[in-house]
Every structure is written in C-alpha cells, then in structure tokens.
Design a protein around this ligand. Structure first.
Ligand code: ADE
Length: 256
C-alpha cells in the first residue's frame, strides 16, 4: 500500500513514520510512505498556499493551484491511488471504512489547513472526503495519521504473529473482551479464575460474555445493529432472566 500525504507541514510526519508498527511496516515494505509539501507547488516566490475568501469573512482559504499541482504530481507517481480530502464534512471514518481502504493499492491524503480548501479542487481531483469525527482539527494531518495507522494494521503481516486484527473491537460488531496479564493479583484485584484455568472452551465463553457485557454497557448502539448468533442470544436471555429475577425479588420486598 502506497500512502502519499500532501501537506504544508511534512515534518509532522517524520516522528509518525519512525515508530512502532508503522516503522516496521515501512522497513518491511508492506507500506510505502511519502509526505509532499504543497508549498513546493506554489507558483510565486513566497510559496503562498492561502488567500482571503471571496465574499469576505474571517479566516483564509487554501488556494486551488498549489493543491491541484501537488495532487497531479502525486497521481503521476501513484496512478493506482485514490485521492482523499480530510475534512470534518467528509464521511465518518470507522473500522469498516478502514477495511475497505486497506484493500486499495494507494491513497493520496490531502490535508487541508486554514478554514478549508477552495471548493473547485474537489470537482475533479478528489475521490473521497473523509472525516475522523465530529470535531474540527487545525488541519487534516492528524486525521491522515489516524487513517494511515488504522489501515496499516489491517494489511496482512503488519501486526506481530500474536496480535491479530481479526479479534479487534468492531470486527464482529462487538467491543473486545477485557484483557489481563501478570501479576495474578494487582492492588487486591484478582485476574478472573477461568482465564488461568487453561480450559479453552470456558475461556472462549468468558471472553464472549465479557465482549457482550462491555458492548451493552459502553456501546449499546452496536448491539442494536448486530445480527446476533445463537450463543449470543442465549447469553443475553440468561442475563435478562437474571435481571427480571432481581427486579421481582426487589418488588416483593417493597410490597412487604
Ligand atoms: N480537518 C479538520 N478537522 C477534521 C476532521 N474532524 N476530520 C478530518 N479532517 C479534518
């Protein structure tokens, strides 16, 4: 996968390329990365990339010519790549989109700055607009890093043998189960016994229950959307019965 970032701050990406899984993926040529300075495509002596908005108002707008020049140059070096504009007005980035992007050969990630980019850049030069969330960043650079990070770890071979993207949160529509490591007792909190039992079937069952419980408590919207299998339905019904029992006992107590 080829990532080409277009930005007025290419140095922001230096530390990003040089750590952890991203660094390893570059070293092992699972991904190819470059950050192109949009300023290099500005025609004037001062390499200006912004200008005042037509119609007035505060803030500056990213000029179209340097951006178009940078996008065209990037497309020539990565003709297979899709071009993405990072903008809070884009489609919301999620794990499903990360999976879809991971199947592409290349991405040209256009990082806007200032109040936004001249709209005409989007007419012919942008394939997708993506937002990483409902908040406004000072530029698209952090959003580009989020996308590169989430997509890279889905490319086969980028995670170590032990780390598996198949078990991630969201993959099966649930949040991931709780994790524990040594010591067995930390500040009076024990690791659940079953995880130390070596009984794989029971461990799988415990993990599914943990997954379901965490999703119910933290993201019930995901459970509402999910196509539950038989075992998941059975677990939820058991909890439902338990809760009904507790409520009945409580009601009786209050009736006296
Ligand atoms: N640029 C500014 N805010 C953004 C966001 N939320 N997502 C993507 N790009 C952005």
């Amino acid at each position: 996968m080829n990532f080409v970032v277009l930005t007025i701050f290419p140095e922001m990406f230096d530390p990003f390329w040089s750590h952890g899984i991203i660094r390893k993926a570059i070293e092992e040529q699972k991904i190819f990365t470059s950050a192109i300075n949009i300023r290099d495509y500005a025609a004037d002596r001062h390499q200006v990339t912004d200008d005042r908005p037509y119609g007035g108002g505060s803030g500056m707008v990213m000029k179209p010519e340097p951006l178009a020049g940078a996008i065209r140059a990037a497309s020539r070096t990565a003709p297979e790549a899709k071009t993405v504009l990072l903008t809070p007005q884009g489609r919301a980035f999620d794990q499903r989109m990360a999976r879809a992007l991971a199947s592409l050969d290349g991405l040209i990630l256009v990082c806007g700055r200032y109040e936004g980019v001249d709209e005409r850049v989007c007419y012919d030069l942008i394939d997708y607009e993506i937002s990483t969330g409902d908040y406004v960043l000072t530029g698209g650079e952090l959003a580009a890093m989020i996308i590169i990070d989430a997509v890279t770890r889905l490319i086969p071979g980028t995670l170590g043998g032990e780390q598996a993207a198949e078990k991630d949160s969201f993959v099966n529509g649930l949040l991931e189960h709780a994790h524990y490591t040594r010591p067995p007792n930390f500040e009076d909190h024990e690791v659940p016994e079953v995880l130390r039992s070596g009984h794989h079937q029971e461990i799988d069952r415990w993990r599914l229950e943990s997954s379901l419980m965490r999703t119910l408590l933290k993201r019930s919207d995901l459970l509402q959307q999910k196509d539950l299998d038989q075992q998941e339905v059975e677990i939820l019904k058991n909890w439902h019965q338990e809760i009904e029992k507790i409520l009945e006992i409580n009601a009786k107590r209050h009736r006296g």
